[in-house]
Write a protein that binds this ligand. Sequence first.
Ligand SMILES: Nc1ncnc2c1ncn2[C@@H]1O[C@H](COP(=O)(O)OP(=O)(O)OP(=O)(O)O)[C@@H](O)[C@H]1O
Ligand SMILES: [Mg+2]
Ligand SMILES: [Mg+2]
Length: 499
Amino acid sequence: MSEPLVEFDDVLTRYEPVIGLETHVELGTESKMFCGCTTAFGAEPNTQTCPVCLGLPGSLPVANAAAVESTIRIGLALGCRIASWSRFARKNYFYPDIPKGFQTSQYDEPLCTAGHLDVEVDGETYRVEIERVHLEEDTGKNLHVGGATGRIHGAEYSLVDFNRAGIPLVEIVTRPVAGAGAKAPEVARAYVTELREIIQTLGASDVRMEQGSLRCDVNTSLAPVGSLEWGTRTETKNVNSLRSVERAVRYEMRRQAAVLDAGGRIVQETRHFHEDTGSTSPGRSKEEATDYRYFPEPDLVPLAPDAEWVEKLAAGLPELPAARRARLREEWGLSATEMAWLVNAGALGVVEGTVAAGASPADARKWWLGELARRANDAGVELTALPVTPRQVAELSALVAEGTVNDQLARQALDGVLAGEGDPRAVVESRGLAVLGESDELVAAVDVAIAGAPDVVAKVQGGKVQALGALVGAVMKATRGKADAATVRRMLEERVLGS
Ligand SMILES: Nc1ncnc2c1ncn2[C@@H]1O[C@H](COP(=O)(O)OP(=O)(O)OP(=O)(O)O)[C@@H](O)[C@H]1O
Ligand SMILES: [Mg+2]
Ligand SMILES: [Mg+2]
């Protein structure tokens, strides 16, 4: 189904976009949220269930302390206020993948509230306010089988796998973000990117979007420029790549503008994102919170994290990505653009590894942002996909620093490394790339150059010292770049000028 779309730039002439992100993260705890079943991914369907996560009558849940701890740490990393008293609630709705007929979630008493996350897009900082971070449980998975199309409506029957039901799920909800204008799609993506990196740094989840351990619902609305009221949002569900987050916002902006231009109204609904076309299509019209008949979960005691524990968790937080980037920029002397480029290339780790393996930050930066970036670009691959390790790059720069090779020979050694010939030192050996010292071979080459150019020698001796360059060049050529130019120059001076 193709819908009318307004050109992206054209949208901004009449409308202001507002975005909001709900991110669900499956926590990497050993066991499920309210029972002892394992959370391991990829097992045979329905082999990781018990009466609690199947919602059998009479079974009683117990909250997983490790999941509560992870949620608080995520809240702390986002600068949230941590509640001293918090409760679970039942979110009632009927769907085959929720065995209990309700999802145990948090409603008006979440664990964490009022945080923020700053993200950078094209050198501008955007503050994304966090409304709340709460703990809930994941649903099971419906599998639609058979039928002409294999899709939900064409399926002959559906199966349900409850292995995922009850896995701890943290939901991080932003407040509406206005004022990003044309950058709204990129701000949405930058936010999810940064959030994902924070959670990864905390070790709270493996945050694999393609496996669904991090999933994003992307809310988008448009309001006429200058309007005091926000427009009606649509909610694009379960967007499962960073690129898709950006595309979903972009598409919804263009689609909604066309609806509004034609005098239509946006209905509050969920929408599905289609990777292949980058478009969205309608899902179900959205329940209001009242439709869920939320009420406090009677089977679980309230959570009351004590202040001392929360303080201890705060003190134990690792260095977060933004702080790490700021520190490395300082230590490595990178410009903001260089840092942004490295982050984008996912290459912070390889540069860090090169420094850790003994290279100076200046050398590590020179190799990765210079020669290696060029090679990756020429080969049309990611920088980190080049078949060279940080340790090998450090070895290359050590070979240059100790004078075994010059820059040109080092690049030839890199050729060998990339061709799979082994470590740099081994390649220097096997390809015979070491710089020539004041060896018999070099003395001979110097003598040949002098004998072959009496006119140049006469010029130099007559006072035109700069003419010596021609002789240096001849020696370098004769030794195929393996000589050290400064050594050659000194040897020539000794012989021609007797100094
Ligand atoms: N006018 C708007 N335009 C864009 N985003 C909005 C707008 N109003 C609210 N939002 C965003 O929509 C999201 C709503 O998420 P929230 O979890 O509060 O409710 P929900 O989507 O109705 O519930 P559920 O968790 O059941 O999906 C928030 O991120 C919020 O910032
Ligand atoms: Mg939602
Ligand atoms: Mg939500």
